[in-house]
Design a protein. Structure first.
Length: 266
């Protein structure tokens, strides 16, 4: 049997569009892909990322070529770092013939921590997002976002109560647009240092006593959390722009307390 004839397949995506409306972002999202991430210190961490890739589409073009986003991802085999992610964004723009675009990789990152008294070690998970952006007429931007769980203890509860004070677990979201490479752990450390107390995956009884008393001696409102962390972010030379948010999952209410603060560094 003869092989089928090679036929011309029309490129519908590249056909003209007459509505004259540019699209700010078009691409793929929710794409799960293995990620080998190389930290500024050289350590390579293996995880699985949820990837979103998009470009701007000119008003005269009907559609983008969705398969090319995956081709760009497939072409990267070496561990990614800050420079590599920006280079991937450049490669995406070249492959899609676009002048601006964005790559976002969200993944779970584990840090091994030692309990404060017993020293027993355990892993704690953090939500991390890396965002590489290229815009027309602007310098490339790399943003690092982390969500760090911490403990917060209410200063008002401590002040008005004869004994005890209510506390809660809080999620601190730090977002840093970087001037220079920065370890994920360094950003996490800022959040944990300024909380009433950090949290751990595994604690023995002496450790539980320590974290309970640490939080009691270091009470903070949600406003205190974002302000204290903002001062640290504003003093960090590797960060150009930043945002700090805290959601406190209240233990005496069925709602959360929330605060957000953002700024730019000179």
């Amino acid at each position: 049997m003869n092989a089928p004839e090679t036929r011309f397949l029309p490129d519908v995506q590249s056909s003209p569009d007459h509505r004259r409306l540019a699209i700010h972002q078009v691409g793929v999202k929710g794409l799960r892909y293995p990620l080998a991430w190389r930290s500024p210190g050289g350590e390579i961490v293996h995880t699985v990322a949820s990837v979103a890739m998009s470009v701007g589409l000119p008003p005269e073009v009907k559609g983008t070529h969705m398969s090319r986003f995956v081709e760009v991802l497939e072409a990267r085999r070496a561990p990614l770092d800050h420079a590599g992610l920006l280079a991937m964004a450049d490669e995406m723009l070249l492959r899609l013939d676009a002048s601006g675009g964005r790559i976002e990789m969200a993944f779970t990152y584990f840090i091994r921590k030692a309990a404060p008294v017993s020293g027993v070690e355990s892993l704690l998970d953090y939500d991390v997002t890396l965002i590489a952006e290229r815009s027309v007429g602007e310098a490339p931007r790399l943003t690092l976002r982390v969500v760090a769980p911490v403990t917060s203890l209410c200063p008002c509860s401590k002040k008005i109560s004869a004994y005890g004070a209510h506390n809660q677990r809080s999620h601190i979201t730090l977002e840093a647009c970087l001037r220079a490479p920065m370890d994920i752990e360094a950003l996490v450390r800022i959040a944990e240092d300024e909380a009433s107390c950090e949290v751990f995956g595994l604690l023995k009884r002496p450790d539980e006593k320590w974290v309970t008393e640490r939080a009691y001696d270091n009470p903070k409102f949600v406003e205190d959390l974002v302000r204290d962390i903002a001062l640290r972010m504003a003093a960090e030379p590797r960060i150009a722009h930043w945002k700090v948010a805290s959601e406190n999952f209240e233990s005496i209410h069925n709602h959360s307390a929330y605060a957000e603060l953002y700024g730019s560094n000179p």
